[in-house]
Ligand binder design. Structure first.
Ligand SMILES: [Ca+2]
Length: 400
């Protein structure tokens, strides 16, 4: 999409401004895609970019995408290659007819300093793939994605089985039709049992995603030792600003989450979606949640700003909720659901300021420890505990 927006309507809801940096210069000794037939502007550049990647790999060089606009009509496979560009304001790689993107098939993939501008205008039906993620695949060790701007793709980053040691920073993902980032093991391919490990997404901004802005999903194998840190996620049109479905020792830390819309929480920790069991300690700390939570028409029920949802399996491995500020939640501040056991849950220094229903709503079996947890301004009251959930009260609690 155009990077300069002109509003002709009478009201502006949001404007982003920033100082556009100058174009970066090509890395020394890199392979320029224009030397392999890519041309800025019209014309499919998929073959040229593939040729440049092949040449770069054979020569031990990196790929350079200069300032300009280049077109993909299908996914480009990447492994063992660095692709750098003139900057997200200067180099645009466009998708066409819903297709195009970068598909990792191994380690040492570096993608940097460009915009991926898809033209996706609808969400794929379940089980039917007619559109591509901007970035997808198994990003093996040594992989790095930085300063990439994604618009109008199916998904921003779908990193799956085999991804290990991927570091993502400085990415902005907006206006996708499904996830912003999903670190998952849901591959149906031969690597479906490979785990995903040691991956971190930070200092990134996600807005108006069509599903979870930031998700980890342990489907066929464990997602472990991975983290979402120092990100800002707002306005997912569906689902959560962040979610962890199963997995081992993952973390959501130091993020700003706000303004969820539908079937949504600010942070979800759940065994939903066929997730494998939790193991290790799942940590959610130092996050700020503002106006999160949402309504689910399918269930005719609400979802809390912080939502621990034991669906397919109990959640009995430790979950730590610490140093959270949860403000003006649409429904509950904290919701535990539904009917299975949630134990080894700890809340430490969690503040619930304002909630559209209960501050704390407990609909599960099990027990949790509450220390320095405060509830104020909850419309329906500080606590609802119809399930007789065991509250272990430490010091410093109030309002529930
Ligand atoms: Ca072209």
């Amino acid at each position: 999409m155009s990077k300069r927006h002109i509003w002709r309507s009478l009201r502006i809801d949001l404007a982003d401004t920033e100082i556009v940096p100058p174009t970066f210069t090509a890395l020394a000794n890199s392979v320029d895609i224009t030397a392999y037939g890519a041309t800025s502007g019209s014309g499919d550049d998929t073959a040229a970019i593939n040729a440049a990647i092949a040449a770069a790999k054979s020569q031990g060089r990196s790929v350079w995408i200069p300032a300009g606009t280049f077109d993909l009509t299908s996914r480009v496979e990447v492994a063992g290659v660095t692709i750098r560009s003139a900057g997200m304001w200067h180099t645009t790689v466009r998708g066409n007819n819903g297709r195009g993107g970068f598909y990792a098939v191994g380690g040492n993939v570096q993608l940097a300093d460009f915009t991926f501008a898809g033209d996706v205008r609808y969400r794929d039906p379940d089980g039917v793939v007619t559109t591509d993620a901007a970035m997808e695949g198994n990003f093996g060790s040594g992989s790095l994605i930085h300063n990439v701007w994604v618009e109008h793709s199916k998904v921003g980053l779908w990193a799956n089985n085999g991804t290990d040691g991927l570091y993502v920073a400085g990415v902005r993902i907006r206006n996708t039709f499904a996830y912003g980032v999903n670190l998952n093991t849901a591959s149906e391919e031969a690597n479906r049992n490979d785990p995903l490990s040691n991956t971190r997404v930070e200092q990134s901004v996600l807005r108006n995603t069509g599903d979870d802005a930031l998700a980890m999903w342990s489907k066929n194998a464990s997602v472990s030792n991975s983290a979402f840190t120092f990100n800002t996620a707002t306005l997912p049109m569906l689902a959560n600003t962040s979610a962890i479905y199963g997995g081992n020792g993952n973390r959501i830390e130091d993020n700003l989450f706000s303004d969820t819309v539908y079937t949504a929480a600010g942070v979800t920790v759940s065994t939903w979606h066929g997730a494998l069991p939790f193991s290790g300690t799942t940590v959610v700390q130092r996050n700020t949640l503002t106006r999160t939570g949402g309504w689910n028409n399918d269930w005719n029920s609400s979802q809390g700003a912080v939502w621990i949802y034991a669906e397919g399996r109990d959640i009995t491995a430790p979950v730590l909720l610490k140093d959270l500020t949860v403000t003006d939640s649409t429904y509950q501040g904290l919701l535990l659901s539904w009917q299975k056991t949630i134990s080894n849950l700890t809340l430490d220094h969690v503040t619930f300021n304002g909630a559209g229903s209960y501050g704390i709503d407990l609909n599960a079996a099990g027990s949790a420890t509450f220390t320095y947890v405060t509830v104020t301004g909850a419309a329906s009251g500080g606590l609802n505990n119809p399930s007789g959930y065991t509250i272990i009260r430490g010091p410093g609690n109030s309002g529930f």
